[in-house]
Design a protein around this ligand. Sequence first.
Ligand SMILES: NC(=O)c1ccc[n+]([C@@H]2O[C@H](COP(=O)([O-])OP(=O)(O)OC[C@H]3O[C@@H](n4cnc5c(N)ncnc54)[C@H](O)[C@@H]3O)[C@@H](O)[C@H]2O)c1
Length: 671
Amino acid sequence: MNLADAMTIKLDYDLPEYPAFEEGYRRAPRRESHLSQADKALAIKNALRYIHPDHHAQMAKEFAQELEEHGRIYGYRFRPAGKLYGKPIEEYKGNCTEAKAFQVMIDNNLDFDIALYPYELVTYGETGQVCQNWMQYRLIKKYLEVMTDEQTLVVMSGHPLGLFHSHKLAPRCIISNGLMVGMYDNQKDFNRAAAIGVANYGQMTAGGWMYIGPQGIVHGTFNTLLNAGRLKLGIPEDGNLAGRLFISAGLGGMSGAQGKAAEIAGAASIIAEVDDSRIETRYTQGWVSHRTADLAEAVKIAQEHQASKQPCAVAYHGNIVDLLEYVYDNNIHVDLLSDQTSCHVPYDGGYCPQGLSFEERTKMLDKDPEGFAKLVDKTLQHHYEMICKLHDKGTYFFDYGNSFLKAVYDTGVKSICKNGENDLDGFVFPSYVEDILGPCLFDFGYGPFRWCCLSRNPEDLDKTDAAAAEYIKAHNRRYQDYDNYVWCRDAKKNKLVVGTQCRILYQDAMGRMNIALKFNEMVRNGEIGPVMLGRDHHDTGGTDSPFRETSNIKDGSNIMAEMATQCYAGNAARGMSLIALHNGGGTGIGKAINGGFGMVLDGSERVDTILRMSMPWDTMVGVSRRNWAGNPNSMSTVAEYNEMYKGQDHITMPYLADDAVIAEALKSIQG
Ligand SMILES: NC(=O)c1ccc[n+]([C@@H]2O[C@H](COP(=O)([O-])OP(=O)(O)OC[C@H]3O[C@@H](n4cnc5c(N)ncnc54)[C@H](O)[C@@H]3O)[C@@H](O)[C@H]2O)c1
């Protein structure tokens, strides 16, 4: 059989020129692999499956070299030369709007201004990749260039399995990332699978192609900080965090939003970051207002802003633990404290030990990974100790969904567990979902709805911002709606766009559906170009993650991964354009199952039909689950929904038992 003839969609016969690496862009550290000789052979053999046999001898050596140097085969030769970015949709080839839209989003995820390690296809979260290698990138594009609106592309951990016929109301692309059979569902086996080229870590929106730059998280962080202030510091509903100090760590892909969000919420903030290049990025983007490597200066700037009730975002170039020691020793009161280092992968470079510069960290990670892991453990334990000391002085600390508390627990600190033994009942400090985002937002269905104006025209974004603000103003029911109105009204002023013209809005089920329908109508009327809707996986319904998204589900079901799976299946059944299901999310392999979607608005009636079916489902599956767990705000939202959709949808509600009745029943069976 002549395989090259048996395929019409394949990489070009001629090998592309080896591209030059432009200076000044961050490169991923060497990844852990520990492959046997047999596994190394398998990794090279697997990568060669994309390559015509005439080039195998040459490429086998090139791949072997990459594996040795980087711990992974990225197929650098196949990266298109120069800058990648999400171009206006009409500049892409394709037979349907969805296929062109996906190409915009993929390239946006790999934009030099956006991606954390653009040459290694890492969008954010230290290891979150669009796909595993550049051969897959090229092949996915080839498929998208020919796909029609009656076909579906299947992508498994970055590998385009193929194009299959379906129908106009079916998803155009179905993605899964890193889903592993239970007994292998751990970091070590995942690392091996990734190194031999069969597993991709999609993080949340990286592998689901819906990342929209750090603004994706700004709104969530803003909501978290503001509501933490309301709940824990007594800030009135119409007040902000003026005069308050927020401290955290990380100015990377997502964590880079912290300073900006704190500024929008009115706070003075200091964010520690060990990598100066990331500070440079955030500073030039205007996402931090000051930068210094001097602890006293960082604190002085923040205190001056607190005194004048002006917001600021100070990037401190150094380790977070040094900063915490300084504020503790100098008796500086910290109102809100968190951390957003990449603790979901602390031993792979996500967390920098105290005493090492960023460059030393990268070297040690390569030369002495075991020694590095020991230093990580030591710093994590000391970091936790400093948090406890500050907490005793009145600081409110929350885990910001980066597995920080779990990482400390994994170093052997049992006292961090609520039950003093294991992590089944959670940790002594709350996760931000348990305390804040869950009850204030997720339980009502407010979650990270986002949209991308595929024309790349800022005027389209202005028009959609105005349409969303108008809808919210007309449906103002509670402070969350008012916050959203202010968010949309001021969005342009806050200069949140990096890359394509996108926006994020923590909206509830009905709001998401109605705003989506409005946008589709605007596309239909020619007021704006096509739009791609999506959401972060950090949401009410799409993610099962016991230490994060589902940490405020207290009926014991937070160890189950059925909601994310049902959400994904339901979105497929209702015809979302793109659906994705991943392992690990923002918390690490085996710790979450998370899914998301992309929905292309082309102005058609077909899209209206899909929006009416799928948008309420995507959110209400999460509200239903939270209602079944007895969360009061979800129960009231479900009661309203049952009334609104009478005869069409119906959600089961729980009869809540009185604890005294249960205690009595237990007494009756005690001997
Ligand atoms: N809560 C949420 O909504 C949410 C959303 C997205 C991501 N996350 C989680 O937040 C974490 C960070 O995500 P990201 O995309 O910003 O990752 P990232 O790796 O791009 O950024 C983390 C940053 O922390 C810095 N850092 C590491 N150790 C440090 C230390 N000891 N002191 C100071 N700086 C240090 C790194 O240099 C890096 O720039 C991840 O675990 C991610 O899963 C949470």
